[in-house]
Design a protein around this ligand. Structure first.
Ligand SMILES: NC(=O)c1ccc[n+]([C@@H]2O[C@H](COP(=O)([O-])OP(=O)(O)OC[C@H]3O[C@@H](n4cnc5c(N)ncnc54)[C@H](OP(=O)(O)O)[C@@H]3O)[C@@H](O)[C@H]2O)c1
Length: 318
């Protein structure tokens, strides 16, 4: 029996998460699936006209919506207004144009850093709107939360199948390794690379005590494809390693040092903010669906990312 062809358009397809999905799709190809990975150069999705023309060009049946203005703690603190406005326009354009073009399914991307600051742990999918997010990234957080509002509205009023996933901290090849704007793991990878090269001590920002759950972009890619192919709920699903796999920034720094075989000294710059102390997320909903899913061990995933960074240093986003 012939399968219906799926044209899967990935907004933000050239970034960390998009390239993780690309690797996962290459490892587990389906004959009826064609993937299109967009960058901001193909279309600036803050423009409704540009969004419409790219949909007109590719006529997708499915959309994985990743495009966003993203940044680490310090980038967010400096520009909450821009994070809010840019992400609100991108999300509104992508979802409304998807509906207009009859896209069957859209999977968008939220993040655990958009959850309420004052909350009980572990956080789960039902708690997204329960209270204000951390003040450091309220612009990004409120814009992301509105994706869930839009998904419910489109599904109720237009019978669409729009949903969202909630990854924890992602890392892997193709990340933004910029020290000021990037997230903690790529920042550490860039710093340790430099320290090893220059034989200098490693300065970790903050006390090192904040805790995070990290997910390797290739594992996230495999889970994203499962959501696209199988998951049928409107309600979001957290894509994360277990609570027991949450680690401190200090441990993350030590694993990166091991990844580069760096044996120098560590200094903690406590004048820098730690951000939210922890955001422990439950992956029990995911585990109910996929009890056997195997995550890549974190030391292996970090070592592979360190190697990718060393090999791509001249071309990487630094
Ligand atoms: N990184 C994490 O730890 C993490 C955690 C949870 C959720 N997420 C979510 O995952 C998604 C992907 O993030 P990422 O880490 O892969 O980010 P990334 O590496 O910075 O990639 C962002 C992507 O969005 C595109 N983009 C940015 N502004 C755009 C615009 N105005 N129009 C069109 N495309 C635009 C970029 O295109 P160019 O390459 O041309 O700039 C790039 O392809 C985001 O929705 C983010 O919120 C990320």
């Amino acid at each position: 029996m012939a399968c219906t062809k799926k044209v899967i358009l990935l907004t933000g397809g050239t970034g960390l998460v998009g390239q993780g999905i690309k690797s996962a799709a290459e490892q587990n190809p389906q004959p009826n699936e064609e993937f299109i990975f967009l960058s901001s150069k193909d279309a600036d999705l803050t423009s409704r006209e540009a969004t419409k023309s790219i949909f007109e060009k590719h006529r997708p049946t499915h959309v994985i919506h990743l495009a966003a203005k993203v940044g680490g703690l310090y980038g967010n603190m400096r520009a909450n207004l821009q994070f809010f406005r840019i992400n609100m326009s991108i999300n509104d354009n992508v979802l409304s144009v998807s509906q207009e073009y009859g896209v069957k399914k859209v999977v968008s991307c939220l993040s655990t850093c958009i959850f309420p600051d004052k909350t009980s742990y572990p956080i789960d999918e039902t708690m997204i709107h329960n209270g204000a997010p951390h003040t450091s990234n309220y612009g990004y957080s409120y814009a992301k939360r509105m994706i869930d509002v839009l998904n419910k509205g489109y599904n109720q009023q237009h019978g669409t199948n729009y949903t969202a996933v909630v990854p924890t901290n992602v890392f892997g090849p193709h990340d933004n390794f910029n020290l000021e704007e990037g997230h903690v793991m790529p920042g550490l990878i860039h710093k340790v690379y430099k320290c090893k090269e220059n034989n200098t001590p490693l300065t970790v920002w903050g006390t090192g005590s904040a805790r995070r759950q990290f997910i390797y972009s290739l594992d996230l890619g495999r889970l994203f494809l499962w959501v696209l192919r199988e998951y049928q709920e409107t309600e979001p699903i957290i894509l994360s390693v277990g609570e027991e796999d949450e680690i401190s920034i200090k441990t993350a720094a030590e694993l990166v040092a091991k990844g580069f075989d760096y044996e120098g000294e560590f200094v903690y710059d406590t004048t820098r903010s730690d951000g939210q102390y922890k955001k422990t997320a439950s992956n029990s909903k995911l585990r109910k669906y996929l009890p056997e899913f195997k995550f890549t061990p974190i030391d292996e995933a970090i070592r592979a990312t360190c190697q990718w960074f060393s090999e791509h240093y001249k071309k990487a986003r630094i």
